[in-house]
Design a binder for this molecule. Structure first.
Ligand code: SAM
Ligand code: SF4
Length: 329
């Protein structure tokens, strides 16, 4: 391993979240309530397979061992299996995950696994089909559930499910979620609704702290687990009677940023040091040729010196993040 990415606060970065498209076919009310619209940039092209291979190779040389493909909806890329295979060409990248809305799982997940995918996160905000439809704008609850079954059938032994916690929308569904994961090895992760540039009103209406769930879990005998090195910032809870686990992702909790271990690259090749940061450092001019690998690694390493200690969400600063579809949540 050439070196290890470390920032000014001694945080080490093992984990890259790579967006491969901004496009999405869902209209989640907290993300793309009016559906996907190109950002006024005509013919914007997303990173191609070779560029994806090069950027992940550079991160691997800098110590990255886990990559997550996200979007938009990553499975909308027709070359998704080729992308998976290209990332896995780097032996150093031992974990390759996808975050998906799940609508293509039933059809394609076996193919993704065969190409080298090692983990699947599916977004499911409600176990009530009508509520699911109301939140996502898509009547695809059954299809997504079949997709989760197909993921287990394809040989994945565990599936992570992301649920954005919203007051009065799904915050009362804890019982239903717990019953669902009791016999299933699903890690269900409640994510606190985050404020984005587009979503201020929704945030004020629906944001609820994950501590309400944490209190209920502790009362019912759930126990917090220790987290592993390349894990995300989820607090994970388990219970002897349950196959599944509950994760809580609480970006508004004090010290959330202290364990930050991830960097982001957008679908057009900009490096983002924080989901809620400003700007972005373009890497694309260094992705055209294999010979640029060292220069690319140098740019990534030196950019890290600018990473700030924490986000400023508490002060209402959402950075340039209008919604999470373009940088991948
Ligand atoms: N389309 C895929 C999906 O929905 O899983 C991947 C991209 S999506 C932007 C990644 C994750 O971000 C999803 O789990 C989604 O629920 C979450 N997300 C989007 N907007 C959010 C917000 N404002 N607050 C919290 N989570 C959000
Ligand atoms: Fe699409 Fe995911 Fe955003 Fe929902 S959260 S609109 S599925 S990108």
């Amino acid at each position: 391993m050439a070196s290890q990415l470390t920032d000014a606060f001694a945080r080490k970065f093992f984990y890259l979240r790579l967006s491969i498209t901004d496009v999405c076919n869902f209209r989640c009310n907290y993300c793309l309530p009016d559906g996907y619209k190109p950002h006024g940039v005509a013919n914007k092209s997303f990173l191609n397979v070779d560029e994806i291979r090069r950027v992940t190779r550079a991160f691997a040389a800098l110590g990255t061992e886990k990559v997550r493909l996200t979007g938009g909806e990553p499975s909308l890329r027709r070359d998704f299996p080729e992308i998976i295979a290209a990332v896995r060409e780097n032996a150093a990248i031992r974990q390759l995950a996808v975050t998906t809305n799940g609508y293509r799982l039933a059809r394609d997940v076996q193919q993704w696994r065969d190409a080298g995918l090692t983990a699947v996160n599916v977004s499911v905000d409600s176990l009530d089909a009508r509520q699911f439809h109301a939140i996502t704008g898509q009547d695809k609850f059954r299809q997504v559930m079949d997709g989760i079954d197909a993921t287990f059938a394809a040989g994945f032994t565990k599936v992570k499910v992301n649920t954005v916690l919203m007051r009065g929308v799904n915050s009362h569904e804890l019982e239903t979620f717990l019953a669902w994961i009791k016999p299933r090895p699903i890690q269900l992760r409640f994510i606190e609704l985050m404020e984005t540039g587009d979503g201020g009103e929704l945030f004020r209406k629906y944001h609820i702290s994950g501590t309400t769930i944490r209190d209920q879990l502790l009362q019912r005998g759930w126990v917090r687990q220790l987290s592993g090195r390349s894990d995300g910032p989820a607090q994970v809870f388990c219970h002897p009677d349950y196959e599944g686990e509950i994760g809580l992702i609480m970006p508004y909790e004090k010290d959330f940023c202290a364990t930050c271990n991830r960097l982001r690259v957008s679908s057009v090749g900009n490096l983002h040091l924080c989901l809620f940061g400003e700007g972005g450092i373009s890497l694309r001019d260094l992705l055209a040729d294999d010979a640029q690998g060292e220069a690319l690694e140098a740019r990534i390493s030196s950019a890290l010196a600018q990473k700030k200690q924490t986000h400023f969400l508490h002060d209402g600063h959402t950075g340039i993040t209008q919604n999470l579809s373009w940088i991948g949540g």
